[in-house]
Design a protein around this ligand. Structure first.
Ligand SMILES: C[S@@+](CC[C@H](N)C(=O)[O-])C[C@H]1O[C@@H](n2cnc3c(N)ncnc32)[C@H](O)[C@@H]1O
Length: 412
């Protein structure tokens, strides 16, 4: 069994790995390795905490604990009972386990499925504590004190290798805490931040309009970038002001609880986030009207306003009910950036409506957005052709399990 030192894995939507790697290096990591859907990195513990508070692109951050070479499920159980679980959690804490399968042969008898492997690991933990303490921790799916991830892959020494990790976050990091109301098909918060970075928006030089803003995600992430506000700011605020549920699971782990120096670093990181938020909101006050939103649906306009209010940005970003085909640039040089409907479940007549919208956008930009830039993020690749304008760049990016394109246009 291998025990890890200071090694971590940050997961992210596919297509954002390079941006996440740069982010982790600038937080102070010694080295990173980009893999599909995430970034491995080696760093002192406080850098991992900094990533958790500052990341725009990661979904979760994990700390590597052990890797085990195993023959089959029974062997897995036996190996797992060798782990000193007392060092990882307390018997009175609740825990959650998630097992995922990496690259494995389709035909296999030794590891049936991820639920069964999960059960074996759970048995190992429970039996370990029963043996030592005569009592057992219980499983909690929704709000566990401790959360583990086990990844099963092909092994080199034995047929399988299982890597055990702490999930340091609990709730995913893309859930910033501002989305109190939802519209249909919202884009993930970290994907929205990725869109803004990938198009190279320069807040000092360009205004920004999301003319199909739905719940307001792109607008909020753009404002956080413009103000250099760390996306963990609302969670930090709740952590500092309430004594309720811990905002991140790492607060419950012996790794953190028994390390006074690390706790000092974390306190300093929270203070830094608070100071950056105050400075960022002041800076954004000078941007008034340069970042704007609109949507054709008045209910969605209300949802976006509620979310902006929760994000403490409502007085800075005006939102109105308007057809995107009547939009005007908010400043001399502007970026139109939107995530139009994709039409995932096309009902009768829907496709015609979508065609009219995508073609209408191309025509509208030609007539009213000359000299500006535009970007569309969509999972409907056929509709991009309907826009009828040459793209200056196209990037593949995943929103959940949908492969999407970010298409950029220079409008002459
Ligand atoms: C995929 S959703 C956008 C989701 C958004 N990015 C979010 O994170 O919540 C598409 C949005 O386009 C809006 N929409 C559709 N046709 C429109 C039009 N012609 N003008 C303005 N908005 C439109 C819909 O009301 C919907 O809110």
């Amino acid at each position: 069994m291998k025990k890890y030192g200071f090694e971590y894995f940050a997961s992210c939507p596919m297509g954002l790995e390079e941006l996440l790697s740069q982010e982790i290096l600038s937080a102070g990591a010694k080295s990173t390795k980009v893999v599909r859907g995430g970034v491995q990195f080696e760093s002192p513990s406080e850098v991992a905490l900094k990533v958790i508070l500052h990341t725009r692109f990661a979904s979760r951050v994990f700390k590597y604990l052990y890797s085990m070479d195993v023959l089959h499920e029974k062997d897995y159980y036996l190996e797992a009972t060798e782990i000193n679980w007392k060092n990882l959690m307390h018997h009175a804490q609740t825990f959650r386990l998630t097992t995922i399968f990496g690259d494995l042969p389709q035909e296999r008898e030794e590891f049936r499925n991820s639920q069964f492997a999960n059960l074996k690991l759970k048995d190992a933990i429970v039996d370990y504590f029963r043996h030592f303490d005569g009592t057992r921790p219980s499983v909690e799916k929704d709000f566990p004190d401790v959360s583990f991830l086990a990844r099963v892959e092909r092994g080199t020494k034995k047929p399988y290798s299982v890597t055990l990790m702490y999930d340091l976050c609990g709730d995913p990091l893309n859930q910033r805490g501002y989305r109190i109301a939802k519209t249909e098909a919202p884009v993930k918060e970290n994907v929205a931040a990725g869109l803004i970075k990938l198009v190279g928006w320069s807040p000092e030089e360009e205004g920004l309009l999301d003319a199909m803003c739905g719940s307001g995600t792109i607008l909020i992430e753009a404002a956080l970038i413009a103000g250099n506000i760390p996306p963990g700011y609302l969670k930090v605020e709740r952590h500092l002001t309430s004594r309720g549920m811990p905002m991140w699971t790492f607060l419950n782990y012996p790794w953190f609880v028994e390390d006074k120096i690390l706790q000092g670093h974390f306190k300093a990181l929270c203070d830094e986030v608070t100071a950056m938020t105050t400075a960022g909101l002041e800076k954004l006050a000078t941007f008034h009207g340069r970042i704007r939103g609109s949507d054709i649906d008045s209910y969605n306009v209300g949802v976006a306003q509620d979310n902006l209010k929760k994000a403490r940005l409502s007085s800075l970003i005006p939102i109105e009910r308007k057809d995107a085909l009547e939009s005007t640039p908010p400043s001399e040089k502007s970026l139109f950036i939107s995530n139009p409907p994709y039409g995932e479940r096309l009902e009768h007549g829907e496709e015609e409506k979508l065609r009219a919208l995508y073609k209408g956008l191309g025509d509208h930009w030609k007539n009213h957005w000359k000299g500006h830039r535009a970007a569309l993020f969509t999972g409907n690749l056929a509709m991009l052709k309907v826009v009828g304008l040459r793209t200056s760049k196209k990037t593949i990016l995943w929103n959940g399990d949908i492969e999407c394109r970010l298409a950029e246009y220079n409008l002459y």
